[in-house]
Design a protein around this ligand. Sequence first.
Ligand SMILES: [Zn+2]
Ligand SMILES: [Zn+2]
Length: 171
Amino acid sequence: MQFNHDNMTGARLAAHLVGLVPEWSGSRVQRALAAHDIRRPELDDRAVAELLGWTLVVREVFAATSVADTCAAVNRLLQQGTRTAYLSTHDGRRPHLHFTPEDDDLVGRVRSVTAGGLALFVVEAEGRRLGLCARPGCPRAFVDTSRNGTRRYCSARCGNAVAVARHRDRP
Ligand SMILES: [Zn+2]
Ligand SMILES: [Zn+2]
């Protein structure tokens, strides 16, 4: 399966934010927004708190275990997080969808890019390929763009840790 990486900013940002929840802070959120090309990522305390609330709703998409539940969770995001839909070519980029007016505030733009981005990804991935890391205690989420789509961990590091623990526990 080939994914259009231009469409994936929102899904990747969503997964990144979910992984920050246990250690949520303004500086971490700021770095995540900058890493995913969110423009004008100036945060104040109110925005940091509002984005935490939003990220807890976003997390439900990654926690969903059936296609129907995934779609329902994304629909809640679309309802709460998007205001419109139009194509933009800002900054010389290829045409891509925006889901809120360009002049929306930071929280509104993060909500719309994560809601719309997850919706686009769910369409392409047929409702699968989003999940929470299967290593106990790991808070991170992942977007699975692998060839076979059977990813279960946020990283090779978590997968290896589980394999090592399993080996150690063998009778
Ligand atoms: Zn854009
Ligand atoms: Zn993990």
